[in-house]
Ligand binder design. Sequence first.
Ligand code: 16G
Length: 190
Amino acid sequence: MYLPCGMLLDETPLFEPSLLQELDWSSNTVSFSPPISVSNPGEGLVLRPLCMADFNRGFFKVLSQLTQTGDVTPEQFSKKFEHMKKTGDYYVVVVEDTNLGQIVATATLITEHKFIHSCAKRGRVEEVVVSDVCRGKQLGKLLVSALTLLSKKLNCYKITLECAPKNVAFYQKFGYGASDETYMQCRFSD
Ligand code: 16G
């Protein structure tokens, strides 16, 4: 699909796909039954970096199951995508149902650059969502495992996330624990 500005919503990945394929899956802290993995996420499914064409594959429909997404236009989406790609710090992954041509799950790793810890990077896991039509296929577990391993591979000194109290037990499986610090926020809109 071409935008009025001539830009194409194409299949170019947000980040290098080999980063996902080269993860050391054997160092995973969780087990899968049946045994799925990044390269084999289940029948008719693929796990890969986000691309612009995913705008027309229901990417926002999945995100809207987590929170408000707003009415994002293709132009706004492609501009944000280009920005994320240029910085090289955004690892948005999606699971596509290839039979339906629809995104059914997504999660994001962001690497934040620091001066502390010898100019280290901190990882943040954000927007973990599995579509309600695809629950029970271990996809949330698969995405969080993949991004946690990726943050290690990218040499983050720690990785953090915020979640609802009901999801604490889920994230503990991957080695996440409550910190002594309190998460605080100041909201400027809903
Ligand atoms: C959850 C998400 C966070 C997302 C937020 C949106 C995970 C692990 N956490 O906390 O990434 O940004 O929800 O909620 O997926 P908000 O719209 O109220 O900010």
